[in-house]
Design a protein around this ligand. Sequence first.
Ligand SMILES: *[C@@H]1O[C@H](CO)[C@@H](O)[C@H](O)[C@H]1NC(C)=O
Ligand SMILES: *[C@@H]1O[C@H](CO)[C@@H](O)[C@H](O)[C@H]1NC(C)=O
Ligand SMILES: *[C@@H]1O[C@H](CO)[C@@H](O)[C@H](O)[C@H]1NC(C)=O
Ligand SMILES: *[C@@H]1O[C@H](CO)[C@@H](O)[C@H](O)[C@H]1NC(C)=O
Length: 450
Amino acid sequence: MRLALVLAVLSAVSWASRCTPGRSTTPPLPSTDAFYDVPANISSYAPGDIIKYRPPPNPIAAFGVDVVNVAATWQIQYRTTDNLGGATATVLTVLIPSNADLTKILSYQIAEDAPNINCAPSYVLQLGAYPNGANGTISSEEELLLVEAALYEGWVVVLPDHEGPWGAYLANRLAGQATLDGIRAARQSTAFTGIASAAKAGLWGYSGGALATAWAAVLQPSYAPDLTGVLVGAAFGGTVPNLYNTIETVNGTAQAGLIVAGVVGLAAQYSDIKNGLEAHVLPAYRAGFEAVATSQCLGVTIDDYSDADVLDMVDDTSLWTNTVTTDVFNNNSLQYAPKAPAGVPLFVYKAVQDEVSPVTDTDDLVAAWCSAGASVEYVRDATASHSTLAVTGAPMALAWLISLAEGTVTAGACSTTTKESMLLDEASLEVVPSFLIDAITALLTGSVGT
Ligand SMILES: *[C@@H]1O[C@H](CO)[C@@H](O)[C@H](O)[C@H]1NC(C)=O
Ligand SMILES: *[C@@H]1O[C@H](CO)[C@@H](O)[C@H](O)[C@H]1NC(C)=O
Ligand SMILES: *[C@@H]1O[C@H](CO)[C@@H](O)[C@H](O)[C@H]1NC(C)=O
Ligand SMILES: *[C@@H]1O[C@H](CO)[C@@H](O)[C@H](O)[C@H]1NC(C)=O
């Protein structure tokens, strides 16, 4: 969707009055900002410990121009754990609305989908960052609409940079652990944020954000047992249960750039993948793969590789199916996760015609989790695509999160329903803020001028 349209929608319908900044400087890139540096003594910190904090250099703003009206914002650097068990650190953005209930946290996982620290949500969502959308961050910024809806509910919203300090996209254990440690850090930040140390937390994310969200739910009992009873539930959509199936599905399609972003992201965590790419990517494509890691974000990568046969950009296609690569893909695929998330209710939504990850993978995942004791409300949407369900599925997911926050959703039997469109769920439309529905309707009908 076009930037001008989205901007018009956001400014026309938002609940919050917005400040018009006089001027905006560009905040320092994370790659050059010492705040992001992992301290040498990182192993001396426990997971979730706060290392340092500050107000963000610039206010949080949609599209680098449209400032979100909140009572306070913070960036917290905190200790987390990478895919291989190593101590590392990442950054949490904390948004406190003016009507905050400081006992309720929503951890919202943005679908950054870029293996580049300079695409991290803590950076991209600041005023003056990539103001013209030229660097491919539009989809992250669109997600601020959903964040604003959550702020409207009075929840404290935290946004973890769940790819860690090297942009390890698809290193999904890191993503889940960074999400859990972000909640720990938020609950330890009372002295400066006011967040209650006993606050409870829900999770929400779509697509790349669903990976972080679902992995957090899967790993919580083993990685963060102290969050049992604190983590109350998780909503995620556009879920990607099997990495290889996704790569095969998107190769040669409009979404083929996800393959490049994904394997370059895995290379940031796994030296075997890094070495494999260095040895086998054809010379003509090397600079392009490098740029994905250093100088562009998701939207540019999607444009660059639209309809490309990415799997043939190597001199030996067994690179994608050899045992080393397969182990890494499987180790980061929810389908092979050690345990089903048990104990907390889950809301899972998926487009039947999802063009990124086949719906059958999610059908199978939900079925397996349910037979292992998980509590899943699974909603399939018959008309949406992967891209559109991010928006049209949001009101129903938010309505579920509102019920969760009110304590009226409890773990119980699994259910599966297929709806013509999640957007037409009347019960949801009654409880979510009207500005969200107005914005979505305007986006879908193009009724706001461009
Ligand atoms: C890590 O090192 C910094 C700088 O020397 C020091 O201020 C901090 O207390 C250390 N943290 C831990 C947990 O040891
Ligand atoms: C995946 O990686 C984790 C962390 O290194 C390890 O504990 C686990 O055994 C691996 N699982 C599989 C199935 O390879
Ligand atoms: C990748 O996509 C291209 C174009 O659709 C196709 O020709 C090629 O066979 C695909 N490769 C694999 C391994 O699926
Ligand atoms: C952003 O995009 C511009 C224009 O393509 C490019 O020159 C610049 O290097 C990019 N900046 C970053 C930090 O990726």
